[in-house]
Design a protein around this ligand. Structure first.
Ligand code: GLY
Length: 371
């Protein structure tokens, strides 16, 4: 598979996700027919700008579009009020109008922040996601969650604002560090684990080639992930139900991210992979799935050279009680009850608030003890 289109069919807000190598060069051909001024405002970060901005701007120029870019500092700390204000004021200074298109060009941080800026600017302007990381291509650029962090927690300030197009240029994945690529792969594995056992089988077979750069395998993995996300978002755009399935592994992950200070001791996708392994371990202990399932999950993550266990996180961590306390601050808490995504098997995840905290504690205690 060398190219694919996934359609997100939301009433009045439908859009396509284009997946292929070489889309940057064609970006102007995708954007020009959409109307608005022939001047495109790009929000990006300095790392992505250094690597890819010239190619994107050349792709826009080829279709008769001019462009201007704002390059923000790279990193999670950029998802804050100050950078949001700077972005919104810059877009206003660029005279962005209602019918114009703002481009979010970067990983999850830029997609979330630029998307939120587009959501609040003039009560909502169109935006196009051009995700550059694997994590952004398979997850954060799709589905319309936008926002910034608060000192009280991650993603606590935001809005649902769907992009009008997503261009996932899989050639860009070649410039990611192996660590960043594998962190994004944690989210890819999540899709197989939550709802598609055949896709997980396929990843077991093709994951190593995909990581080594096989472009057809990359396009196929991004496409299947986006299809699954599109299906879920179509059923439940604002996370009243099924969309929470996408949070498989995230309750554990968010506690581990908080415990490591959202630093590069643990990247989000690494936390998701460890969290998925823990969610399957918890499911097996509650006799919801067989003990072979967590073993298989861990074996695949290990074979890919990923972080699998809490013990793989460098540095000290708080004890199991403290980690459980951090979970209770997660925004997935409902009426004071922790919501978990557990599984009856690979590809069979479900949402439950009915998890005894002793079971979670014992999984965490054993994980911290390296068992
Ligand atoms: N990343 C989870 C979601 O979009 O719902």
């Amino acid at each position: 598979m060398t190219a694919a289109t996934v359609h997100v069919d939301l009433p009045g807000r439908a859009y396509d996700i284009e997946i292929a190598p070489g889309l940057l060069e064609k970006a102007g051909a995708f954007l020009a027919p959409r109307g608005g001024r022939k001047h495109i405002c790009i929000v990006t970060d300095q790392n992505v700008a250094d690597l890819h901005l010239e190619a994107l701007q050349a792709g826009l120029t080829a279709a008769g579009l001019t462009s201007e870019a704002l390059a923000l500092p790279p990193g999670e700390a950029t998802k804050c009020w100050a950078e949001l204000e700077r972005t919104v004021e810059w877009l206003l200074a660029q005279k962005v109008e209602r019918g114009d298109i703002v481009v979010a060009f970067g990983g999850g941080v830029i997609g979330d922040l630029a998307g939120f800026a587009a959501a609040v600017l003039r009560r909502g302007v169109r935006f196009v996601q051009i995700p550059t990381s694997l994590l952004a291509q398979v997850d954060s650029s799709v589905g319309g969650k936008t926002g910034i962090n608060s000192p009280m927690g991650k993603n606590l300030i935001g809005a649902f604002h769907q992009p009008s197009l997503v261009l996932a240029d899989t050639a860009l994945l070649g410039t990611l560090t192996p660590r960043d690529f594998l962190a994004g792969y944690g989210e890819v594995v999540k899709y197989g684990l939550l709802g598609d056992a055949d896709f997980f089988d396929w990843l077991e077979q093709n994951g190593p080639a995909l990581a080594a750069g096989d472009m057809d395998a990359r396009v196929q993995a991004v496409t299947r992930s986006c299809q699954m996300k599109a299906d879920i978002v179509q059923r439940d755009e604002t996370e009243q139900g099924d969309r929470a399935l996408l949070n498989l592994g995230h309750t554990f992950c968010h506690a581990l991210e908080a415990a490591t200070g959202y630093s590069d001791r643990l990247l989000h996708g690494e936390g998701v992979a460890i969290g998925c392994a823990l969610a399957f371990e918890l499911s097996a202990r509650l006799r919801l799935c067989s003990q072979e399932d967590p073993s298989r999950v861990r074996a695949h993550l290990r074979a890919m050279g990923m972080k699998v266990d809490i013990a793989d996180i460098p540095g000290d961590l708080p004890d199991a009680d403290a980690l459980l306390g951090l979970m209770s601050q997660d925004k997935k808490v409902l009426d004071g009850k922790l919501r978990f995504i557990l599984a009856r098997g690979i590809g069979e995840a479900f949402i439950t608030s009915d998890v005894p905290s002793e079971a979670v504690l014992s999984v965490l205690e054993d994980a911290l003890a390296g068992r």
